[in-house]
Every structure is written in C-alpha cells, then in structure tokens.
Ligand binder design. Sequence first.
Ligand code: GAR
Length: 210
Amino acid sequence: VTKLCVLISGNGSNLQAIIDAIALGRLEAEVVCVIANRPNAYGLERARNAGIPAVCLDHKNIADRQIYDEQLQQHIEQYAPDCVVLAGFMRILTEKFVHHFAGRLLNIHPSLLPKYKGLHTHQRAIDNGDEEHGVSVHFVTPELDGGPVIVQCRVPIFPGDTAEELASRVQEQERGIYPLVLQWFAKGRLTMQGNKAVLDNELLPVSGYA
Ligand code: GAR
C-alpha cells in the first residue's frame, strides 16, 4: 500500500481529511508518519488519535535551514514513504530537499496559482477585488509555490467577505481535493514529467468549479 508522510505546521484539517478518506476506503494509502515543525501543532494530536507516529522537529532548535532539512529528510526516510505530503507546512524547503523528493513531493496552496504565491493569500485576493479565489494542489519544485499544478478548485468571493470567511470556503474544497489527488498518486496515475503534471496521459491541470 502507498505510504504517505504528512508534514504540518498547524491545525491539520487537511491531514484529517486524508486520515478520514483512508478510513472510508476512498484513499488506498497509509499515513506512516506525521511531522510538525511546531510543538503545539494540533495536527500532531489528530495523528496520535489515529494511531499514527507523530513527531515534532522544532525549527526553533535548528537555526540552519540546510541542517534542518537534512534532519527532516532523515526522519522521513526512516519510514520510506512513497510520497511526502505538505499539508499546511509553513516552511520554505531547501533545493536539496526538494530534489531528493522530486516527483513525490506534493503541496496544497490556498490560491489559484500562479496567483498569490506565498502568504496571506485570502486577504490579497480580497484586497485585489477578485471575484473568485481557490486552492491548488501541485508538485513541489525549488521555485516557491511554482511547481506544476495538478488540480484547482474555485470558490466565489462575496462582497464583504473577511479573510477568515474566505479561508473557510476554500478549506471546504481542500478537504475534497487533496485526498482525490493522493488517490491518483497511489494508483500510479499521477506523475511529474519535466515541469508538467500528468494524469494518465493527460497534461494537467484540470479545473473544477465548486
Ligand atoms: C491550508 O489552508 C493550506 O492550504 C495552507 O495552510 C492551511 C493549513 O490548514 N497552506 C499554505 O498556506 C501553504 N503555503 P490545515 O493545517 O488545517 O491543513
């Protein structure tokens, strides 16, 4: 069965969606470990509640980014996962780390990439007067939030929306798409070829309206 290692920094609602999809048989995979970079990440508790090994590798104890990522890589490799799943992992990864896991490193980003790479995506979409927003799942490459997009979901932005309201609308979509993409990966249907994401023989992304 396909082994997933999930990296988190906070709440872990995407992690929970993955755990739930596995329990429901919608995702034929196993979460072999969860790693957080913050000790108080609630997702660590979610993992332990599901009987999944969960550890914190606190970035505050390791100032050097190269060293942090080497230790992270070692932790991950103990579990020999098929796929490393960034699920709200709020750190930029070194090029060396990204190359090591190339083609088996996925991220979920709360914007319609290539728009709004980086932080505060919901507020930026509102401030820009956008009428729609959304979420992207993509393969990770060394360019921040710049790897090939696999799938996007769109949501409307309503007049007067706060960033929190918009975030929760986006997160509803996140819960559906990450397990779906991981099931494609688990079935061997999803690959990164050069700088493209490929599902079966189709170039991605595919888009859907919520
Ligand atoms: C999610 O909205 C995810 O898209 C975002 O962080 C949140 C994590 O929520 N990721 C990023 O901003 C990555 N740069 P969760 O911990 O409840 O899954």
